[in-house]
Design a protein around this ligand. Structure first.
Ligand SMILES: Cc1cc2nc3c(=O)[nH]c(=O)nc-3n(C[C@H](O)[C@H](O)[C@H](O)COP(=O)(O)OP(=O)(O)OC[C@H]3O[C@@H](n4cnc5c(N)ncnc54)[C@H](O)[C@@H]3O)c2cc1C
Length: 466
Protein backbone atom coordinates (compact mmCIF):
# COMPACT_ATOMS: atom_id res chain seq x y z
CA UNK A 1 0.00 0.00 0.00
CA UNK A 2 1.17 3.50 -0.71
CA UNK A 3 0.10 5.09 2.57
CA UNK A 4 0.33 8.70 1.39
CA UNK A 5 -1.91 7.98 -1.57
CA UNK A 6 -4.49 6.25 0.59
CA UNK A 7 -4.59 9.04 3.17
CA UNK A 8 -4.82 11.60 0.39
CA UNK A 9 -7.68 9.68 -1.24
CA UNK A 10 -9.51 9.44 2.11
CA UNK A 11 -8.99 13.15 2.79
CA UNK A 12 -10.51 13.83 -0.59
CA UNK A 13 -13.68 11.99 0.49
CA UNK A 14 -14.20 13.11 4.10
CA UNK A 15 -12.03 16.24 4.34
CA UNK A 16 -8.55 16.48 5.89
CA UNK A 17 -10.00 17.41 9.31
CA UNK A 18 -11.71 14.02 9.46
CA UNK A 19 -8.64 11.85 8.92
CA UNK A 20 -6.15 11.21 11.74
CA UNK A 21 -3.00 9.29 10.87
CA UNK A 22 -1.27 6.74 13.09
CA UNK A 23 -3.53 6.72 16.15
CA UNK A 24 -4.02 4.15 18.89
CA UNK A 25 -7.69 3.35 19.48
CA UNK A 26 -8.92 2.24 22.91
CA UNK A 27 -12.23 0.65 23.81
CA UNK A 28 -13.65 -0.67 27.10
CA UNK A 29 -12.11 -4.12 26.87
CA UNK A 30 -10.27 -4.38 30.20
CA UNK A 31 -6.75 -4.71 28.82
CA UNK A 32 -7.32 -1.77 26.48
CA UNK A 33 -8.93 0.33 29.22
CA UNK A 34 -6.14 -0.43 31.62
CA UNK A 35 -3.63 0.53 28.94
CA UNK A 36 -1.75 -2.75 29.15
CA UNK A 37 -2.83 -4.09 25.77
CA UNK A 38 0.07 -3.93 23.36
CA UNK A 39 -0.40 -0.96 21.08
CA UNK A 40 -0.48 -3.17 17.97
CA UNK A 41 -4.04 -4.22 18.80
CA UNK A 42 -5.25 -0.62 19.02
CA UNK A 43 -3.03 0.87 16.30
CA UNK A 44 -4.83 2.27 13.27
CA UNK A 45 -3.11 3.21 10.03
CA UNK A 46 -5.54 6.09 10.10
CA UNK A 47 -8.92 6.83 11.63
CA UNK A 48 -11.46 8.26 9.21
CA UNK A 49 -14.71 9.96 10.24
CA UNK A 50 -17.24 9.99 7.39
CA UNK A 51 -20.36 12.12 7.75
CA UNK A 52 -22.71 10.36 5.31
CA UNK A 53 -23.40 6.89 3.92
CA UNK A 54 -22.04 8.10 0.56
CA UNK A 55 -18.76 9.02 2.24
CA UNK A 56 -18.69 5.61 3.95
CA UNK A 57 -19.14 3.97 0.54
CA UNK A 58 -16.28 6.09 -0.85
CA UNK A 59 -13.95 5.07 2.00
CA UNK A 60 -14.88 1.38 1.60
CA UNK A 61 -14.19 1.59 -2.15
CA UNK A 62 -10.73 3.09 -1.54
CA UNK A 63 -9.92 0.33 0.96
CA UNK A 64 -11.12 -2.41 -1.38
CA UNK A 65 -9.22 -0.99 -4.37
CA UNK A 66 -5.96 -0.48 -2.42
CA UNK A 67 -6.13 -3.72 -0.41
CA UNK A 68 -6.49 -1.98 2.96
CA UNK A 69 -8.41 -3.70 5.78
CA UNK A 70 -11.01 -1.62 7.60
CA UNK A 71 -12.59 -1.89 11.06
CA UNK A 72 -15.89 -0.06 11.81
CA UNK A 73 -15.75 1.84 15.10
CA UNK A 74 -18.87 2.90 16.98
CA UNK A 75 -18.68 4.58 20.36
CA UNK A 76 -15.88 2.22 21.56
CA UNK A 77 -17.79 0.82 24.56
CA UNK A 78 -17.28 -2.78 23.42
CA UNK A 79 -15.68 -4.93 26.10
CA UNK A 80 -14.05 -7.51 23.81
CA UNK A 81 -11.80 -5.42 21.57
CA UNK A 82 -13.93 -5.74 18.42
CA UNK A 83 -13.41 -2.09 17.45
CA UNK A 84 -9.61 -2.20 17.83
CA UNK A 85 -8.13 -1.82 14.34
CA UNK A 86 -5.02 -3.99 14.82
CA UNK A 87 -3.14 -2.04 12.15
CA UNK A 88 -6.13 -1.69 9.80
CA UNK A 89 -7.95 1.54 8.96
CA UNK A 90 -10.41 2.64 11.65
CA UNK A 91 -13.78 3.84 10.33
CA UNK A 92 -15.23 6.02 13.10
CA UNK A 93 -19.00 6.29 12.61
CA UNK A 94 -19.88 8.77 15.33
CA UNK A 95 -20.50 11.61 12.83
CA UNK A 96 -23.48 9.63 11.51
CA UNK A 97 -25.60 11.29 14.18
CA UNK A 98 -28.78 12.22 12.33
CA UNK A 99 -31.99 11.69 14.34
CA UNK A 100 -35.15 11.36 12.25
CA UNK A 101 -38.69 12.39 13.17
CA UNK A 102 -40.54 10.21 15.65
CA UNK A 103 -43.05 8.17 13.63
CA UNK A 104 -45.87 8.26 16.20
CA UNK A 105 -48.33 6.31 14.09
CA UNK A 106 -46.03 3.38 13.37
CA UNK A 107 -44.06 3.66 16.63
CA UNK A 108 -40.60 3.76 15.10
CA UNK A 109 -37.64 6.05 14.55
CA UNK A 110 -34.73 6.09 12.07
CA UNK A 111 -31.35 7.34 13.27
CA UNK A 112 -27.75 7.44 12.12
CA UNK A 113 -25.61 4.54 13.33
CA UNK A 114 -23.39 6.86 15.37
CA UNK A 115 -26.19 8.23 17.59
CA UNK A 116 -25.58 7.39 21.27
CA UNK A 117 -28.25 5.33 23.03
CA UNK A 118 -28.47 7.62 26.05
CA UNK A 119 -28.91 10.81 24.01
CA UNK A 120 -31.63 9.20 21.88
CA UNK A 121 -33.45 7.76 24.89
CA UNK A 122 -33.41 11.17 26.62
CA UNK A 123 -34.84 12.82 23.51
CA UNK A 124 -37.57 10.18 23.15
CA UNK A 125 -38.55 10.45 26.82
CA UNK A 126 -39.29 14.15 26.50
CA UNK A 127 -41.87 13.13 23.86
CA UNK A 128 -43.33 10.29 25.96
CA UNK A 129 -41.54 7.36 24.27
CA UNK A 130 -38.76 4.90 25.04
CA UNK A 131 -36.41 2.64 23.07
CA UNK A 132 -36.86 -0.03 25.76
CA UNK A 133 -33.18 -0.95 25.41
CA UNK A 134 -31.18 -0.17 28.51
CA UNK A 135 -27.72 -1.74 28.41
CA UNK A 136 -25.69 -0.56 31.36
CA UNK A 137 -23.60 1.24 28.77
CA UNK A 138 -26.64 3.21 27.54
CA UNK A 139 -24.71 6.51 27.66
CA UNK A 140 -21.55 5.03 26.12
CA UNK A 141 -22.70 2.97 23.13
CA UNK A 142 -23.93 3.80 19.63
CA UNK A 143 -27.07 2.42 17.99
CA UNK A 144 -24.96 0.91 15.17
CA UNK A 145 -22.78 -0.74 17.82
CA UNK A 146 -25.88 -2.21 19.50
CA UNK A 147 -26.93 -3.87 16.25
CA UNK A 148 -23.39 -4.98 15.37
CA UNK A 149 -22.93 -6.69 18.77
CA UNK A 150 -26.52 -7.96 19.35
CA UNK A 151 -26.82 -5.89 22.52
CA UNK A 152 -29.41 -6.42 25.22
CA UNK A 153 -30.50 -4.33 28.20
CA UNK A 154 -31.68 -4.68 31.77
CA UNK A 155 -35.42 -4.58 30.87
CA UNK A 156 -35.03 -7.22 28.15
CA UNK A 157 -37.77 -9.49 29.56
CA UNK A 158 -40.37 -7.00 28.33
CA UNK A 159 -38.67 -5.22 25.41
CA UNK A 160 -36.37 -7.97 24.13
CA UNK A 161 -32.85 -7.50 22.78
CA UNK A 162 -31.89 -5.21 19.89
CA UNK A 163 -32.89 -7.94 17.43
CA UNK A 164 -36.48 -7.60 18.70
CA UNK A 165 -36.46 -3.82 18.23
CA UNK A 166 -34.78 -3.68 14.82
CA UNK A 167 -37.13 -2.93 11.92
CA UNK A 168 -34.79 -1.96 9.11
CA UNK A 169 -31.34 -0.62 8.40
CA UNK A 170 -29.00 0.95 5.89
CA UNK A 171 -25.70 -0.78 5.29
CA UNK A 172 -22.68 -0.24 3.04
CA UNK A 173 -21.32 -3.44 1.52
CA UNK A 174 -17.70 -4.23 0.72
CA UNK A 175 -18.16 -3.30 -2.96
CA UNK A 176 -19.43 0.14 -1.94
CA UNK A 177 -23.14 -0.57 -2.55
CA UNK A 178 -25.43 1.30 -0.15
CA UNK A 179 -28.41 -0.96 0.69
CA UNK A 180 -31.53 0.21 2.45
CA UNK A 181 -33.38 -2.70 4.04
CA UNK A 182 -36.95 -1.43 4.46
CA UNK A 183 -38.51 -1.14 7.90
CA UNK A 184 -41.44 -3.53 8.17
CA UNK A 185 -43.20 -5.06 11.17
CA UNK A 186 -42.71 -8.47 9.53
CA UNK A 187 -42.01 -9.65 6.00
CA UNK A 188 -42.01 -13.17 4.55
CA UNK A 189 -39.94 -12.44 1.45
CA UNK A 190 -36.85 -14.57 1.90
CA UNK A 191 -34.54 -14.71 4.92
CA UNK A 192 -34.25 -11.80 7.33
CA UNK A 193 -31.69 -9.53 5.66
CA UNK A 194 -31.56 -6.94 8.46
CA UNK A 195 -31.10 -9.82 10.90
CA UNK A 196 -28.01 -10.91 8.96
CA UNK A 197 -26.20 -7.83 10.26
CA UNK A 198 -27.25 -8.30 13.89
CA UNK A 199 -24.15 -9.53 15.70
CA UNK A 200 -22.02 -9.28 12.54
CA UNK A 201 -19.49 -7.10 14.42
CA UNK A 202 -18.40 -5.12 11.39
CA UNK A 203 -17.53 -8.18 9.29
CA UNK A 204 -20.32 -8.09 6.68
CA UNK A 205 -20.87 -4.38 6.11
CA UNK A 206 -20.91 -0.96 7.70
CA UNK A 207 -24.26 -0.11 9.30
CA UNK A 208 -24.97 3.55 8.58
CA UNK A 209 -28.59 3.99 9.74
CA UNK A 210 -31.02 1.98 11.86
CA UNK A 211 -34.81 1.99 12.22
CA UNK A 212 -35.88 0.86 15.69
CA UNK A 213 -39.25 0.21 17.29
CA UNK A 214 -40.18 2.59 20.08
CA UNK A 215 -42.81 2.20 22.83
CA UNK A 216 -44.93 4.77 24.61
CA UNK A 217 -43.66 5.19 28.20
CA UNK A 218 -45.47 2.65 30.31
CA UNK A 219 -48.10 3.52 32.88
CA UNK A 220 -46.49 1.47 35.65
CA UNK A 221 -43.06 0.17 36.61
CA UNK A 222 -43.17 -2.13 39.63
CA UNK A 223 -39.81 -3.07 41.10
CA UNK A 224 -39.35 -5.62 43.88
CA UNK A 225 -36.48 -7.24 45.76
CA UNK A 226 -36.78 -10.69 47.32
CA UNK A 227 -34.30 -13.14 48.82
CA UNK A 228 -33.88 -16.92 48.71
CA UNK A 229 -31.82 -19.16 50.99
CA UNK A 230 -30.23 -20.95 48.06
CA UNK A 231 -29.45 -20.16 44.43
CA UNK A 232 -31.41 -23.24 43.34
CA UNK A 233 -34.57 -21.92 45.03
CA UNK A 234 -34.20 -18.67 43.10
CA UNK A 235 -33.52 -20.46 39.80
CA UNK A 236 -36.58 -22.66 40.26
CA UNK A 237 -38.77 -19.64 41.03
CA UNK A 238 -37.73 -17.65 37.95
CA UNK A 239 -37.92 -20.69 35.67
CA UNK A 240 -41.45 -21.45 36.87
CA UNK A 241 -42.41 -17.80 36.35
CA UNK A 242 -41.26 -17.53 32.74
CA UNK A 243 -42.39 -21.04 31.84
CA UNK A 244 -45.75 -20.19 33.38
CA UNK A 245 -46.15 -17.46 30.78
CA UNK A 246 -45.12 -14.32 32.69
CA UNK A 247 -42.00 -12.47 31.56
CA UNK A 248 -40.84 -9.93 34.11
CA UNK A 249 -39.07 -7.02 32.40
CA UNK A 250 -36.23 -7.29 34.93
CA UNK A 251 -34.91 -10.53 36.38
CA UNK A 252 -31.59 -10.46 38.22
CA UNK A 253 -30.80 -13.33 40.56
CA UNK A 254 -27.48 -12.77 42.36
CA UNK A 255 -25.42 -15.53 43.91
CA UNK A 256 -24.71 -15.21 47.63
CA UNK A 257 -21.35 -13.52 47.07
CA UNK A 258 -22.64 -10.90 44.63
CA UNK A 259 -25.70 -10.40 46.86
CA UNK A 260 -23.33 -9.51 49.70
CA UNK A 261 -21.42 -7.10 47.43
CA UNK A 262 -24.73 -5.51 46.38
CA UNK A 263 -25.53 -4.55 49.98
CA UNK A 264 -23.56 -1.31 49.73
CA UNK A 265 -25.75 -0.15 46.85
CA UNK A 266 -29.23 -1.47 47.55
CA UNK A 267 -28.99 -1.75 51.36
CA UNK A 268 -30.81 -5.04 51.71
CA UNK A 269 -30.62 -7.05 54.92
CA UNK A 270 -29.80 -10.70 55.56
CA UNK A 271 -27.75 -13.39 53.78
CA UNK A 272 -28.77 -15.46 50.80
CA UNK A 273 -29.44 -14.83 47.13
CA UNK A 274 -31.17 -11.59 46.14
CA UNK A 275 -33.59 -11.54 43.21
CA UNK A 276 -34.58 -8.21 41.67
CA UNK A 277 -37.78 -8.22 39.65
CA UNK A 278 -39.35 -5.54 37.46
CA UNK A 279 -42.73 -5.40 35.73
CA UNK A 280 -43.83 -2.76 33.24
CA UNK A 281 -47.05 -2.05 31.38
CA UNK A 282 -50.57 -0.96 32.21
CA UNK A 283 -50.85 -0.84 36.03
CA UNK A 284 -53.29 -3.77 36.27
CA UNK A 285 -51.14 -5.98 34.01
CA UNK A 286 -47.90 -5.15 35.86
CA UNK A 287 -49.60 -5.86 39.21
CA UNK A 288 -51.00 -9.20 38.00
CA UNK A 289 -47.60 -10.25 36.64
CA UNK A 290 -45.90 -9.31 39.89
CA UNK A 291 -48.44 -11.32 41.89
CA UNK A 292 -47.83 -14.36 39.65
CA UNK A 293 -44.04 -14.13 40.09
CA UNK A 294 -44.32 -13.67 43.86
CA UNK A 295 -46.53 -16.76 44.07
CA UNK A 296 -43.84 -18.77 42.28
CA UNK A 297 -41.21 -17.30 44.63
CA UNK A 298 -43.35 -18.16 47.69
CA UNK A 299 -43.22 -21.85 46.70
CA UNK A 300 -39.46 -21.64 47.22
CA UNK A 301 -39.29 -20.01 50.62
CA UNK A 302 -38.84 -16.40 49.57
CA UNK A 303 -38.29 -13.44 51.90
CA UNK A 304 -39.82 -10.21 50.56
CA UNK A 305 -37.37 -7.30 50.84
CA UNK A 306 -39.86 -4.76 49.48
CA UNK A 307 -39.57 -2.19 46.72
CA UNK A 308 -36.88 0.16 48.11
CA UNK A 309 -33.79 -2.00 47.47
CA UNK A 310 -34.92 -2.53 43.87
CA UNK A 311 -35.47 1.21 43.40
CA UNK A 312 -31.95 1.85 44.69
CA UNK A 313 -30.60 -0.63 42.13
CA UNK A 314 -32.61 1.07 39.38
CA UNK A 315 -31.19 4.47 40.33
CA UNK A 316 -27.63 3.09 40.23
CA UNK A 317 -27.74 0.74 37.28
CA UNK A 318 -26.41 3.21 34.70
CA UNK A 319 -23.61 4.37 36.99
CA UNK A 320 -21.73 1.10 36.52
CA UNK A 321 -19.38 2.57 33.88
CA UNK A 322 -17.80 5.10 36.26
CA UNK A 323 -17.41 2.41 38.93
CA UNK A 324 -15.77 0.10 36.40
CA UNK A 325 -13.33 2.80 35.33
CA UNK A 326 -12.57 3.78 38.93
CA UNK A 327 -11.82 0.15 39.80
CA UNK A 328 -9.46 -0.10 36.84
CA UNK A 329 -7.68 3.06 37.96
CA UNK A 330 -6.91 1.51 41.34
CA UNK A 331 -4.86 -1.17 39.59
CA UNK A 332 -7.50 -3.91 39.56
CA UNK A 333 -8.24 -5.65 36.27
CA UNK A 334 -12.00 -6.13 36.26
CA UNK A 335 -13.88 -8.04 33.58
CA UNK A 336 -17.35 -9.34 32.76
CA UNK A 337 -18.10 -12.66 31.08
CA UNK A 338 -21.62 -13.22 29.77
CA UNK A 339 -22.51 -16.83 28.95
CA UNK A 340 -25.79 -18.64 28.47
CA UNK A 341 -27.27 -22.00 29.27
CA UNK A 342 -30.45 -24.06 28.93
CA UNK A 343 -32.19 -24.50 32.30
CA UNK A 344 -31.16 -28.14 32.47
CA UNK A 345 -27.48 -27.17 32.58
CA UNK A 346 -27.73 -23.90 34.54
CA UNK A 347 -26.42 -25.12 37.95
CA UNK A 348 -23.64 -27.09 36.25
CA UNK A 349 -22.55 -24.21 34.00
CA UNK A 350 -22.57 -21.79 36.94
CA UNK A 351 -20.50 -24.10 39.16
CA UNK A 352 -18.03 -25.06 36.42
CA UNK A 353 -17.36 -21.51 35.20
CA UNK A 354 -17.10 -20.11 38.71
CA UNK A 355 -14.60 -22.79 39.69
CA UNK A 356 -12.58 -22.17 36.52
CA UNK A 357 -12.51 -18.42 37.13
CA UNK A 358 -11.69 -18.77 40.83
CA UNK A 359 -8.45 -20.51 39.90
CA UNK A 360 -7.14 -17.44 38.06
CA UNK A 361 -9.02 -14.47 39.54
CA UNK A 362 -9.10 -12.87 42.99
CA UNK A 363 -12.89 -12.61 42.95
CA UNK A 364 -15.52 -14.24 40.74
CA UNK A 365 -19.20 -13.63 41.43
CA UNK A 366 -22.26 -13.99 39.22
CA UNK A 367 -25.89 -13.19 38.56
CA UNK A 368 -28.55 -14.70 36.32
CA UNK A 369 -30.42 -12.24 34.09
CA UNK A 370 -32.01 -12.13 30.59
CA UNK A 371 -34.25 -15.10 31.31
CA UNK A 372 -36.18 -17.15 28.72
CA UNK A 373 -38.53 -20.13 28.98
CA UNK A 374 -35.69 -22.29 27.64
CA UNK A 375 -32.80 -20.92 29.71
CA UNK A 376 -30.89 -17.96 31.07
CA UNK A 377 -27.74 -15.96 30.69
CA UNK A 378 -25.17 -15.95 33.50
CA UNK A 379 -23.04 -12.88 34.00
CA UNK A 380 -19.74 -13.37 35.82
CA UNK A 381 -17.89 -10.39 37.28
CA UNK A 382 -14.22 -11.01 38.03
CA UNK A 383 -11.27 -9.08 39.37
CA UNK A 384 -7.57 -9.73 39.11
CA UNK A 385 -5.10 -7.90 41.33
CA UNK A 386 -1.68 -8.63 39.86
CA UNK A 387 1.75 -7.31 40.80
CA UNK A 388 2.73 -6.58 37.19
CA UNK A 389 0.97 -5.92 33.90
CA UNK A 390 2.51 -9.09 32.48
CA UNK A 391 1.00 -11.15 35.29
CA UNK A 392 -2.41 -9.45 34.83
CA UNK A 393 -2.38 -10.20 31.10
CA UNK A 394 -1.35 -13.83 31.64
CA UNK A 395 -3.95 -14.49 34.35
CA UNK A 396 -6.64 -12.73 32.33
CA UNK A 397 -5.93 -14.99 29.35
CA UNK A 398 -5.88 -18.09 31.56
CA UNK A 399 -9.21 -17.06 33.12
CA UNK A 400 -10.86 -16.68 29.71
CA UNK A 401 -9.41 -19.97 28.44
CA UNK A 402 -10.60 -21.83 31.52
CA UNK A 403 -14.06 -20.20 31.54
CA UNK A 404 -14.79 -20.78 27.86
CA UNK A 405 -13.73 -24.44 28.08
CA UNK A 406 -15.80 -24.87 31.24
CA UNK A 407 -18.98 -23.39 29.78
CA UNK A 408 -18.81 -25.58 26.69
CA UNK A 409 -18.04 -28.76 28.66
CA UNK A 410 -20.94 -28.05 31.03
CA UNK A 411 -23.45 -27.64 28.18
CA UNK A 412 -23.69 -23.85 27.86
CA UNK A 413 -22.82 -21.36 25.12
CA UNK A 414 -19.92 -18.90 25.20
CA UNK A 415 -21.74 -15.56 24.74
CA UNK A 416 -25.11 -13.94 25.41
CA UNK A 417 -24.91 -10.22 24.55
CA UNK A 418 -21.36 -8.84 24.48
CA UNK A 419 -20.52 -10.55 21.20
CA UNK A 420 -17.23 -12.12 20.18
CA UNK A 421 -14.72 -9.34 19.48
CA UNK A 422 -11.03 -10.17 19.48
CA UNK A 423 -11.20 -11.87 22.87
CA UNK A 424 -13.69 -14.65 22.02
CA UNK A 425 -12.74 -15.17 18.36
CA UNK A 426 -10.60 -18.26 19.14
CA UNK A 427 -13.77 -20.03 20.35
CA UNK A 428 -16.17 -18.73 17.70
CA UNK A 429 -15.67 -21.56 15.14
CA UNK A 430 -16.66 -24.19 17.64
CA UNK A 431 -19.49 -22.08 19.05
CA UNK A 432 -21.06 -21.71 15.59
CA UNK A 433 -21.32 -25.48 15.32
CA UNK A 434 -23.27 -26.61 12.28
CA UNK A 435 -23.83 -22.99 11.18
CA UNK A 436 -20.12 -22.49 10.48
CA UNK A 437 -20.19 -23.57 6.79
CA UNK A 438 -23.05 -21.15 6.15
CA UNK A 439 -21.29 -18.34 7.96
CA UNK A 440 -18.02 -18.94 6.09
CA UNK A 441 -19.76 -18.75 2.71
CA UNK A 442 -21.86 -15.72 3.63
CA UNK A 443 -18.78 -13.86 4.80
CA UNK A 444 -16.76 -14.82 1.72
CA UNK A 445 -19.63 -13.85 -0.61
CA UNK A 446 -20.24 -10.45 0.97
CA UNK A 447 -16.60 -9.59 1.51
CA UNK A 448 -14.52 -11.67 -0.92
CA UNK A 449 -11.39 -9.54 -0.47
CA UNK A 450 -11.53 -9.60 3.33
CA UNK A 451 -11.81 -5.82 3.70
CA UNK A 452 -13.88 -5.83 6.91
CA UNK A 453 -12.62 -6.57 10.43
CA UNK A 454 -10.30 -9.46 9.52
CA UNK A 455 -9.39 -10.36 13.12
CA UNK A 456 -12.96 -10.73 14.39
CA UNK A 457 -15.18 -13.81 14.08
CA UNK A 458 -13.82 -16.79 12.17
CA UNK A 459 -12.85 -17.31 8.58
CA UNK A 460 -11.86 -14.01 7.02
CA UNK A 461 -9.51 -14.56 4.07
CA UNK A 462 -7.18 -11.96 5.64
CA UNK A 463 -7.39 -13.06 9.26
CA UNK A 464 -3.72 -13.98 9.37
CA UNK A 465 -2.23 -10.83 7.91
CA UNK A 466 -4.20 -8.11 9.74
C1 LIG B 1 -19.71 -0.49 31.62
C2 LIG B 1 -20.26 -1.23 30.43
C3 LIG B 1 -21.49 -1.84 30.53
C4 LIG B 1 -22.02 -2.55 29.43
N1 LIG B 1 -23.25 -3.10 29.55
C5 LIG B 1 -23.79 -3.74 28.48
C6 LIG B 1 -25.12 -4.29 28.57
O1 LIG B 1 -25.81 -4.16 29.58
N2 LIG B 1 -25.61 -4.94 27.48
C7 LIG B 1 -24.87 -5.07 26.33
O2 LIG B 1 -25.37 -5.67 25.37
N3 LIG B 1 -23.61 -4.57 26.23
C8 LIG B 1 -23.06 -3.90 27.26
N4 LIG B 1 -21.80 -3.37 27.16
C9 LIG B 1 -21.00 -3.59 25.95
C10 LIG B 1 -21.11 -2.51 24.85
O3 LIG B 1 -21.62 -1.30 25.36
C11 LIG B 1 -21.96 -3.02 23.69
O4 LIG B 1 -21.30 -4.10 23.09
C12 LIG B 1 -22.29 -1.97 22.63
O5 LIG B 1 -23.30 -2.47 21.80
C13 LIG B 1 -21.10 -1.55 21.79
O6 LIG B 1 -21.47 -0.40 21.03
P1 LIG B 1 -20.37 0.66 20.54
O7 LIG B 1 -21.04 1.68 19.73
O8 LIG B 1 -19.60 1.18 21.70
O9 LIG B 1 -19.46 -0.26 19.63
P2 LIG B 1 -17.87 -0.39 19.51
O10 LIG B 1 -17.28 -0.81 20.81
O11 LIG B 1 -17.32 0.81 18.88
O12 LIG B 1 -17.79 -1.62 18.48
C14 LIG B 1 -18.21 -2.90 18.86
C15 LIG B 1 -18.24 -3.81 17.62
O13 LIG B 1 -19.26 -3.40 16.71
C16 LIG B 1 -18.71 -3.05 15.44
N5 LIG B 1 -19.45 -1.86 14.99
C17 LIG B 1 -19.71 -0.75 15.72
N6 LIG B 1 -20.46 0.10 15.00
C18 LIG B 1 -20.69 -0.49 13.80
C19 LIG B 1 -21.40 -0.11 12.64
N7 LIG B 1 -22.05 1.06 12.56
N8 LIG B 1 -21.41 -0.95 11.58
C20 LIG B 1 -20.76 -2.14 11.64
N9 LIG B 1 -20.09 -2.55 12.71
C21 LIG B 1 -20.04 -1.74 13.79
C22 LIG B 1 -17.24 -2.81 15.69
O14 LIG B 1 -16.47 -3.08 14.54
C23 LIG B 1 -16.96 -3.79 16.81
O15 LIG B 1 -16.77 -5.08 16.29
C24 LIG B 1 -21.25 -2.66 28.23
C25 LIG B 1 -20.03 -2.00 28.14
C26 LIG B 1 -19.53 -1.29 29.22
C27 LIG B 1 -18.23 -0.59 29.08
Amino acid sequence: MNRDNVVEALQGIVGAANVDSEVVVRDWSPLSLKGVLDDDAGRARAVVRPGTATEVAGVVAVCRDRGVALVPIGARSGVLGGALPGGALGLDLTRLDHVGEIDRENLQITVGAGVLGGALEAQLRTEGFTLGLYPQSLELASIGGWVATRASGTYSGHYGGVEDRLLGLEVVLADGTVCEIPAMPRCSVGPDMAGLFVGSEGTLGVITAVTLAIDPLTEATLLRAVRFSTLQDGLDAIRETVQGGVHPAVVRLYDAEESAMLRATIQHEGDGCVLLLGFVGPATVAAAEEAFALEAAARHGVVDLGREPAHRWDAHRLRVPSGFRALTETGVLADYLDVQTPWSCAPRVYAAVRAALATHCDTAVAHFSHVYPQGTSIYFVVSIRAATDAEAIARHQQAWDAAMSAVVSAGGAIAHHHGVGRVRTPWADEAMGGALPIWTRVRAALDPDGVFSPAVLPASPRATDA
